[in-house]
Unconditional design. Structure first.
Ligand code: URA
Length: 436
């Protein structure tokens, strides 16, 4: 009998959203909980997710949906730490290795960085996949170990445990196979339920916009950023978002060990300008949100003088990794060259991300293995002068039969023009809390 009433209720909830109505708090609490417990079936939740994608949700509905997902699992508590906490979340992009230099850099200034990360799916790489290319490094830590590392080292990058927002895990997997990932209310509540449950005091969101990002237009990225900043602020987390360019890859590498190598260059005071600029811009936001007045000059100094590298070495060693071990390299490489003289006008992020993925750096299903050494290494970036025959990029893989499909992904992905293109800033906008 009870199950029959619940079946009836879920159809009412779906109809209400299908007809563009506002769901009540009770409906939201019930449907999220019932889905997590298996009382609401996958086909019913997929109908509701599609209705949400088509009809949207109000700010109050999104806040309640997020709270219901947080309530489905455990909340972490960092109140015993002697330092303030500040975290960063990126919506994902090609060559986005920023977490690697960023977490130790922020920790230099007495801010604890609890970075719960994921593995990559599709053309954007996962932070854990990158770090797992370091011999010995372990992603899985218990809560106690995580707290101890935050106290002793100040930064931890590890896998999110299964108990954090389990409703989201189930719903995200369903959205992935029902064409409903792109709903802004569902993306915002998915990301923010995990970040709020994680218990960070401050949060900086890096919302990517462009061909290599989830959000292809500035308008959609702004809406997603605003929605997430409002959710965090309403939940008592000091939250700010930067909108950043993902029409070109970040830095010169896309692929796990290749990106670790580039991060080490940044931690040694070098590295590509866009990676350094974004690392410093995000570190500036994270330290300010944690109440520390550090400033960009001092942050740059900590990259140049080895203080951030010292924290990196301790952070990697604390999780079993050998910071001095050689990183894996791919068995085979192939270099693509410029077809004309001129300037590189554009390098398309999605094309490079797809090529890296096809070379073996990413996975199609979450249980697939990744190749640590696979990926794409760029030799020229937009604005650089090139001559016909100059190397443009090197493809890396352990399985050379993958080269042809990677080259296909890159067709039309690099444009060369006579004149140098205008330089583009990496940070496009900054979004802060607004009144409810
Ligand atoms: N990342 C998430 O964690 N959830 C989404 O819905 C999209 C990206």
């Amino acid at each position: 009998m009870t199950e029959q009433i619940e079946q009836h209720d879920v159809v009412d909830v779906i109809r209400a959203k299908r007809d563009r109505g506002e769901l009540t708090d009770a409906q939201i609490d019930w449907v999220v909980d019932a889905y997590t417990r298996g009382v609401v079936a996958d086909e019913q939740m997929s109908a509701l997710a599609m209705a949400i994608l088509m009809a949207g949700m109000t700010r109050a509905e999104i806040a309640r949906w997020t709270a219901a997902m947080i309530a489905s699992g455990e909340r972490m508590d960092f109140s015993s730490l002697s330092r303030p906490t500040s975290d960063k979340h990126s919506t994902g992009g090609v060559g986005d290795k920023i977490t690697l230099p960023l977490a130790p850099l922020v920790a230099v200034f007495g801010v604890a960085v609890p970075q719960l990360s994921g593995r990559g799916l599709g053309h954007t790489g996962g932070t854990l996949d990158k770090l797992e290319s370091i011999p010995g490094w372990r992603a899985d830590l218990g809560n106690e170990q995580m707290l101890a590392q935050l106290d002793e080292v100040g930064a931890v990058i590890c896998a999110a445990g299964a108990s954090l927002a389990p409703a989201d895990k189930k719903l995200y997997a369903l959205r992935d196979v029902t064409g409903t990932v792109e709903a802004i209310p569902l993306i915002a509540s998915s990301i923010m339920s995990k970040k709020i449950a994680e218990g960070t005091g401050a949060l900086v969101l890096d919302v990517k916009v462009g061909s290599g990002a989830f959000m292809k237009t500035r308008e959609d990225a702004t809406e997603l950023a605003r929605t997430m900043v409002d959710l965090g602020t309403d939940a008592g987390v000091r939250t700010v978002a930067l909108l950043t360019d993902m029409s070109v890859p970040l830095g010169l590498t896309a692929g796990n060990a290749l990106e670790v190598r580039e991060s080490l260059e940044v931690l040694s005071g070098g590295g590509p300008r866009d990676v350094v600029d974004l690392t410093v811009a995000l570190a500036d936001e994270m330290t300010r949100a944690a109440g520390k007045d550090v400033g960009r000059d001092e942050l740059r100094a900590a990259l140049a003088d080895g203080r951030a590298m010292d924290v990196w070495r301790r952070m990697i060693a604390a999780q079993g990794g050998d910071p001095d071990a050689a990183l894996p390299t791919a068995v085979e490489t192939e270099t693509l060259t410029a077809g004309a003289d001129g300037h590189v006008e554009h390098v398309d992020a999605l094309a490079v991300g797809l090529a890296a993925w096809r070379l073996g750096a990413g996975r199609a299903r979450k249980e697939d293995p990744v190749q640590a050494g696979a990926g794409v290494e760029l030799h020229a970036r937009p604005g650089d002068p090139v001559r016909r025959g100059d190397p443009l990029m090197t493809l890396h893989t352990d399985t050379p039969e993958r080269f042809a499909r990677a080259r296909e992904a890159l067709e039309g992905g690099v444009r060369i023009s006579a004149a140098a293109p205008p330089t583009r800033p990496v940070v496009l906008d900054r979004i802060t809390a607004q009144e409810a």
